[in-house]
Design a binder for this molecule. Structure first.
Ligand code: NAD
Length: 287
C-alpha cells in the first residue's frame, strides 16, 4: 500500500517537474520557431549522457592529460608506438558509443530546415551517428575516427590503421608515401583547422540564433563563436548544467541536462510547426 502511494507521489513529482521544464522552455522554443538560420554549437557536455567524460570531469583528458603534442607524434617513435597501442585498446569502446537524446534532438531540429551548421568541439562523431548530415557538422577539433599522413595528407579510417596495429605494425606508415601517420584530432599546441574554423566563424556571423549545448565556453578560439554571433545580432541560447562565462550576454540560459532539455525543446518546436501547418494564422502563438 505504502509502496503504491510512494509511486503515485513520485509520478506526480515527475509530472510537475516536466511541466515546469516545459513552461521554462516555451519562450526559448518560440525564439527557435522564428529562426531560419540557426547554428548549433556543442561541447563535451552533450556527450556525457553517452558515457563519454567531459573535458574537466574527473576522468576527462584535462585531468589524465593523455593528449600528445605534434612533436611527440612526428619525432618520437616510442611515444607513437605507445599511442597506437593505447588507441587500439580504446577504440572498440569508442566505436560502440551511441548518441543520446540530445544528439537525436539536434538531428530532428535539422529536419525542420532551420539549422545551417552544427559546430562541435567534440571528436566523437556522435552527431553524424545520430543522423546529422555529414556536410553540416564542422568538427573544430577533428575526429577520433580518422587518421592522416603528416607528409602527404592522405586520410584513412582509424579502424583500418588500428587493424594494422592489431596485426603487428607497431608504427604504421602511410601506404602512399611512407610518412608518419597521426590522429586527425587537434593536438596540444596546434591551431584549429583553418578552413573549418573560417566556415564556423562565417556561419556564426550570419546566424539569427545560436544554440550552445554542453560547453564550458572557456576553450578559445571556439568559445568566441557565440560572441561573434551575438555581436552580429543573433539570439544566443545556452543549455548547460552549470554557469558559463557567456551567460550574461545570452538571450536565454537553460540550466539542466542536455538530453531531456533538448528533447522537450525540439518537441515544442516540432509541435509549433505542425500547428502552423494546420492553421497558418496560429504562427507561434505558444499554446
Ligand atoms: P568542457 O568539458 O570544458 O565543458 C563541458 C560543459 O558541459 C561543462 O560546463 C559541464 O558542466 C557541462 N555538462 C556536462 N554534462 C552535461 C549534460 N549532460 N548536460 C548539460 N551540460 C553538461 O567541454 P568543451 O567546452 O567542449 O571544451 C573542451 C574540449 O574537450 C574540447 O576541446 C573537446 O575537443 C574536448 N573533448 C571532447 C570530448 C568528446 O568528443 N565527447 C570529450 C572530452 C573532451
Amino acid at each position: 500500500m505504502a509502496d503504491r502511494a510512494d509511486n503515485r507521489t513520485s509520478t506526480a513529482e515527475a509530472t510537475s517537474a516536466q511541466e515546469e521544464l516545459i513552461d521554462q522552455l516555451r519562450p526559448v522554443s518560440e525564439l527557435m520557431v522564428r529562426s531560419s538560420n540557426m547554428v548549433v554549437f556543442t561541447g563535451a557536455g552533450i556527450s556525457t549522457e553517452s558515457g563519454i567524460p567531459d573535458y574537466r570531469g574527473s576522468d576527462g583528458v584535462w585531468k589524465t592529460n593523455r593528449i600528445p603534442t605534434i612533436n611527440d607524434v612526428k619525432s618520437d617513435r616510442q611515444s607513437r608506438e605507445q599511442r597506437w597501442q593505447h588507441q587500439r585498446d580504446r577504440y572498440p569502446k569508442m566505436q560502440a558509443q551511441e548518441p543520446n537524446a540530445g544528439h537525436r534532438a539536434i538531428a530532428r531540429l535539422e529536419e525542420t530546415g532551420r539549422v545551417t551548421v552544427i559546430v562541435t568541439q567534440n571528436i566523437d562523431g556522435l552527431h553524424q551517428k545520430a543522423g546529422s548530415a555529414e556536410e553540416r557538422v564542422l568538427e573544430l577539433h577533428g575526429s577520433t575516427h580518422r587518421v592522416r599522413c603528416t607528409q602527404c595528407g592522405r586520410r584513412y579510417d582509424a579502424q583500418e590503421i588500428l587493424t594494422r596495429v592489431q596485426r603487428g605494425e607497431s608504427d604504421p606508415r602511410c601506404e602512399v608515401c611512407g610518412g608518419v601517420l597521426r590522429p586527425s584530432t587537434v593536438l596540444f599546441g596546434e591551431p584549429l583547422p583553418e578552413a573549418t574554423l573560417q566556415r564556423a566563424a562565417q556561419a556564426s556571423a550570419d546566424a539569427d540564433l545560436m544554440l550552445v549545448v554542453g560547453s564550458s565556453l572557456v576553450v578559445k578560439p571556439a568559445s568566441q563563436l557565440p560572441v561573434v554571433a551575438r555581436k552580429r545580432g543573433a539570439e544566443l541560447v545556452i543549455v548547460n548544467r552549470e554557469a558559463t562565462p557567456l551567460d550574461d550576454i545570452a538571450t536565454a540560459v537553460v540550466r539542466g541536462e542536455s538530453g531531456p532539455v533538448l528533447e522537450s525543446l525540439v518537441q515544442l518546436v516540432v509541435n509549433a510547426d505542425a500547428r502552423q501547418e494546420r492553421d497558418p494564422k496560429s504562427a507561434s502563438s505558444g499554446c
